[in-house]
Structure formats: structure tokens, C-alpha cells
Design a protein around this ligand. Structure first.
Ligand code: PLP
Length: 421
């Protein structure tokens, strides 16, 4: 039996003020585009989100006015670029409620999870140890653990889900046996939209001495996330799903972890002193940031966070829930359409299949109607295997989407269905 408990660390808490969503939408120039002579309806937000002018302008200004490398040059451009990069770190730390010096800036969740795998897990795990993952993980939170398991002799155990796509928490807790050293779990599923009660789960894991790795890629764009309140060991996120540039992301861990971990990648910036006799590493977080980072990207991600904060993450959750409910209600009226993932309190992601239509055919024909959705396996083969399907379509909604777009999306599905006979 599932014991779904809303997670206080990701549940709207503050008063909802009025937001002019039409005005907000006009901040996203790409949404003005026509594709195949139809107005673009962008429903592929779980893949990557579109960028507001504020983000585009911040990146543009960086390259026009103060492009330089960070932490290396004493000239004014070098100082400005370094300040901008460090200001981004501080803004992200405030946004996620963590300490800036515990926040490693990196290229995204995939890099972040590999960093944990190679720097925390590889030196520690051995034969007899178990890595616990859930059925609903993205490949980025499965494959690095398989590679580590192969190298250490550890085994992977899978925590199963229930037919509605929620995590089977009883099974998860039963799977947390003494040999489990690490739990790798997504905060929100990129296919089902399931929101896992990570705070309660991390508490339980901590009680049993299990290290927790939370993949926040699909949580942070949709709700207010307080990493300190979740009290996990590692929290990873990718910036391009948070209205920021590609090639940006964060990995948070407590200082004790950073200090106990060897560097993942070696090179410039992560050192204090280098000689041929040996190297003294820099302090965290810099010890984990070798080489020239994506400076412009983090300037853009800072602008994204500054853009989202006045809108309010709680307002965003409310808006997206309204859109999700509308789209789900309309999709449920279409006979032969099956939705995967109906867990209570889910995020605005809808995986579905239409009887007698291949997911790719449906996505290609919807594209001709101007509707961008994703089709395929969504980097989650094991999850699709659970449902006994090879592919699905996925419509994922963001706050800038509209009820009118949902109506047009539904009309487009009806049209495509007629075409498919
Ligand atoms: N984890 C989840 C849940 C995701 O949805 C994604 C991207 O789709 C990733 C990890 C990987 O993110 P990235 O490719 O930005 O590293």
C-alpha cells in the first residue's frame, strides 16, 4: 500500500498574489514563432524550457561588455566576469536555501551525478554494498551507478512504483536494508510527473545511515524547493530546464562531504599550488570546478532566477496545476487515449499514448499542426518497461502556456486521429 504524504519541502506555502500571465508570456520571444505556418505551441518544457528576454539580454550583455575568464586576470573585465560568476552562485544558493560555498557550479545534472558517482561512491563502495534507485529514474540517475557497480562489485536494487506512477514507499523502506549505502532518487519524474516526498524519505534514509542523492532536474522548475529542509546529502539540478542557458547546473552537498571527496576532474582553477612533486587542491567548491566554466551560462541562469523570484514559485505551481488539470480533463475525454502517471499532486507532465497510433507518428503529425511535444523513451527505458510500452508521447507544460493552447492541442489530436484513420 502506498502512503503518499505531500512533501512540505515542495508544497506551496505562501499567499498567492495575482500574476498577469499574458504579460509574462510576452517575455518569451520564441513563443511568437510560427512553425509550419501555425502558431507554435511549445509543450516540450520537460525537455528544455524557453528563455525570457531577461536571460537572453543578460547573456548578450556579458559578451558585449565584460567577457573575460574568471579568477585569473587582474584587469577590470576579469574582475567583472568573476564577480558576475560568483554573484550567480550566491543567487542560486539563496534561491535553493543553501550555502554558496557548498554549491558546485557544473554543466548540469548528468555531470553532477557522475561527479558523485566517481568522487563519492567509487572510492567507498565495494562488493556486498547496494545502491538503491527507483524505477522512475532518468538514465542520468541509473547509468552512472551501473558503471560504479561494475567497478566496485556493488549491486543495484530497484525500488518499485505503483500502477498510478507513485513510488511504493513501503517497498522502498523495506528495500533500505543494512547493505544499502546510497539511495539515488528523483524529486519529480520526468515522465510521470510524480512528486516524491523526498523530505520524509531522506529522513528515513539518514536514520539508517544511507547517503541520499536527489535529482532535482524536474522539481526546481515547478515548485519552491528548499534543499536545506529536504536534508539530503546531495542535490543536483540542471539550469536549462529552469529557463536558463544549456550547459549550466548545480550540485549541492554539505561541506563535510566536499572536504572528504577527492576531485573528479583535474586542471586549472581547482588547485592552490602545483609542482611535479604534487598538487595542493583548492577549497571546495572550487576543488570541483576545474577549467573555464560556462560563465555566460551562469550569468544567464542568474537572470533566470531573478526573473522567476518576483513571479513566485508558488504562483508558478498553481498556474501549472490549473493547466495540468485542464489538459488532463480534455485528454481523458478522448477515447483510446491512455495517460501514464496519475499520482496525486503530480507536476505538469503528461505521458500518453493514443490507441493504434505510434508515438512518433503522432508527434510528427502534431508538429505539422504547430504543437511541439516529445515522443520516445524519455531517457527512462526501465520505467516504460514497467508499463509494458516501448514509447510514449509526452506533453509538458510551463507557466507561459495557455488554456487556449490546450484547446488547440486537443483539436490537433482529434485532427491527427482522423488522418490516421
Ligand atoms: N534527470 C532528469 C529527471 C531529467 O529530466 C533530465 C533531463 O531530461 C536529466 C536528469 C538530465 O539532465 P541534463 O541532460 O541537463 O544533464
Amino acid at each position: 500500500m502506498n502512503r503518499y504524504t505531500p512533501d512540505p519541502a515542495s508544497t506551496p506555502a505562501t499567499e498567492i498574489g495575482p500574476v498577469d500571465w499574458n504579460k509574462i508570456r510576452s517575455d518569451f520571444p520564441i513563443l511568437e514563432r510560427q512553425v509550419h505556418s501555425k502558431p507554435l505551441i511549445y509543450f516540450d518544457n520537460a525537455n528544455t524550457t524557453q528563455k525570457p528576454v531577461q536571460v537572453i539580454a543578460a547573456v548578450d550583455e556579458f559578451y558585449r561588455r565584460y567577457n573575460a575568464n574568471v579568477s585569473r586576470a587582474v584587469h577590470i573585465l576579469g574582475t567583472e566576469a568573476t564577480n558576475a560568476y560568483e554573484n550567480a552562485r550566491m543567487a542560486l544558493a539563496r534561491f535553493l536555501n543553501v550555502r554558496a560555498d557548498e554549491l558546485v557550479l557544473c554543466s548540469g545534472t548528468t555531470f553532477a551525478i557522475n561527479l558523485i558517482a566517481y568522487s563519492w561512491a567509487l572510492p567507498r563502495l565495494r562488493t556486498g554494498d547496494t545502491i538503491l534507485v527507483s524505477r522512475m529514474e532518468h538514465h542520468a540517475n541509473i547509468v552512472p551507478w551501473q558503471l560504479i557497480a561494475q567497478r566496485t562489485g556493488a549491486t543495484i536494487r530497484v525500488a518499485e512504483i505503483l500502477p498510478d506512477g507513485s513510488l511504493d514507499q513501503d517497498a522502498l523502506y523495506a528495500a533500505m536494508t543494512e547493505d544499502v549505502k546510497l539511495l539515488a532518487l528523483t524529486h519529480v519524474s520526468n515522465v510521470l510527473g510524480t512528486v516524491n516526498p523526498v523530505r520524509a524519505i531522506c529522513k528515513e534514509a539518514r536514520r539508517r545511515g544511507i547517503i541520499t542523492v536527489i535529482d532535482g532536474s524536474q522539481a526546481i522548475p515547478h515548485r519552491s524547493v528548499d534543499i536545506a529542509a529536504i536534508d539530503c546529502d546531495f542535490y543536483a539540478m540542471t539550469g536549462h530546464k529552469l529557463y536558463g542557458p544549456t550547459g549550466t547546473g548545480i550540485l549541492w552537498a554539505r561541506r563535510e562531504h566536499w572536504q572528504a571527496m577527492p576531485p573528479f576532474i583535474g586542471g586549472g582553477e581547482m588547485i592552490k599550488e602545483v609542482s611535479f612533486d604534487g598538487t595542493v587542491f583548492n577549497d571546495p567548491p572550487y576543488k570541483f570546478e576545474a577549467g573555464t566554466p560556462n560563465i555566460a551560462g551562469f550569468v544567464g541562469l542568474h537572470a533566470a532566477v531573478d526573473y522567476l523570484q518576483p513571479i513566485g514559485m508558488d504562483n508558478i505551481t498553481t498556474r501549472e496545476t490549473e493547466l495540468l488539470e485542464h489538459a488532463t480533463e480534455e485528454l481523458n475525454k478522448i477515447s483510446g487515449l491512455r495517460i501514464f502517471g496519475t499520482a496525486p499532486g503530480k507536476a505538469s507532465v503528461i505521458a500518453f499514448l493514443l490507441e493504434d497510433a505510434h508515438a512518433h507518428d503522432l508527434a510528427i503529425l502534431l508538429d505539422l499542426e504547430g504543437v511541439a511535444i516529445r515522443s520516445g523513451q524519455h531517457c527512462a527505458h526501465p520505467l516504460l518497461q514497467f508499463f509494458g510500452v516501448g514509447t510514449t508521447c509526452r506533453a509538458s507544460l510551463a507557466f507561459y502556456n495557455t488554456h487556449e493552447e490546450i484547446e488547440r492541442f486537443i483539436a490537433a489530436i482529434h485532427k491527427v486521429r482522423r488522418l490516421l484513420g
